[in-house]
Design a protein around this ligand. Sequence first.
Ligand code: NG1
Length: 504
Amino acid sequence: MSIPVDQWLQMLEDAGSEPTGESRISRYLQSSYDFLAEGKRVLGRYSNLTKYHLDRFKADELSTARAPGRVNLIGEHTDYNGLPVFPMAVNRDMAALFSPRNDRKVVIANTEPGFAERCFDIEESIPPYPTGDWGNYCKAAVQGLLDHYRQKRRGAERFRGFEATIDGDIPIAAGMSSSSALVVLCALIFLSSNRLDLHTTAEGLLELADLLAGAERYVGTQGGGMDQAISLMGASGHAVKIDFFPLRIRTAPLPENCSIVVADSTVKAAKTAEALDKYNRRPVECRLAAAVLKRTFSEHYGREVPISLLGDLKEEKLAITESEIWKIADAALHEDPFTLEEIAGILGQSAEKTAALYCKRRNGSIFPEPAEGFKLQQRYRHVIDEGRRVEQSVRALEEEDISGFGELMNRSHQSCRDLYEISCPELDRLVDISREAGALGSRLTGAGFGGCTVSLVESKQVEAFIHQVNKAYYRDYLGLEDREFGALIFSCQAAGGASVFAGA
Ligand code: NG1
């Protein structure tokens, strides 16, 4: 299935001399990247990756794979609540060269010196590295697939490992999902190394996306399934609306006269233990809000009303009219934060049991009650309204109502800032500056607490827009020198989903 190294080198050379040529690597790269616009950069990257890989590993044959990052246009923190998101895959990715091994070892090197090589054995239960270690994303993918095939009784004990060199050009810890792209990439490498074909059909991709969303919890986040799904199923030139439980996708063309500009606030949204707790507090609050609502609805109707996620508050799911749903839900959640004691009282059980049911971290420890209490009403309001904004945004794009879409993005940011409280002063400033610089809409994107903003800008204004943001945010607000901020703001193209090229 793999390509002999000399053929690979020859193909890279052919592609270099003839960027739009018909060689197989050239065709693979063309279907994965906007080869005409950035062929030179792509080839430079792959040449560098090849050199690194061949210096490190003794390979006679090679395969390659890539998994894109994403920018979420709207729909923040809705996925794990069972409500839709609206991201696009971007032309920034994690790419790898790899070869299967004959034993059960996984060896991963990285062209980035900050990511030291990792090596682990494929075993029934793979012990994680310390929290925050990059190798955990690879372990997450391998463990997830092992568990999947073990359940299907597909000879998981015979799986073999691989050696790979990885090169990423997605800004790290910036809310563009470099970590999920790494999970998806390692999953494709593992599947291809073991001649498994889960990723080769449309239904298989949905199954794989679901499986990897669960698998990534290995690293300790309690996130939803947006990032893995969009990395696997991105569509060139399109944003993708993703619905959950069950996972479904629908593409919507992006307007040709507009660009999507991503700007890094430079505040790192790294997934350290402390940052994980900040992030995970939101899913905890959403689960508590859903539990309180389930109890209230069930008492009101004298039957068990099936609410386990905030996204279950739907007429078709509950067999209750929309207007009744909102009347009861709005009345059940007061504005003042809830104490654990009060929630336990509503649920008719002890505080200990409530904490054990709804406030557990992945490692089994209990998430502590925040000093200010649990802000159930604010979190509920954001999630429900944000889900509606996603539906409205898809319609706006389909009707080519660009300013309507921009306005929804602006409202989303406001809600992320005031109700979900996942913004920070730098993101707020960057969003304000972006709007002053002509963005039709601008908002934080991704988990929040730092990372990037996404702005919708008329294509003919992009250059002036970037110039003004450079000046007002990076130079005047952050006090950076010109040479320091070249790479921090860029417009990105909607790219296709992850792929493998094994030469077959
Ligand atoms: P990022 O920005 O990649 O940390 C996280 C979650 C998403 C989603 C967003 C917020 C993971 C892997 N990703 O994304 O599922 O909940 O936050 O919309 O947990």
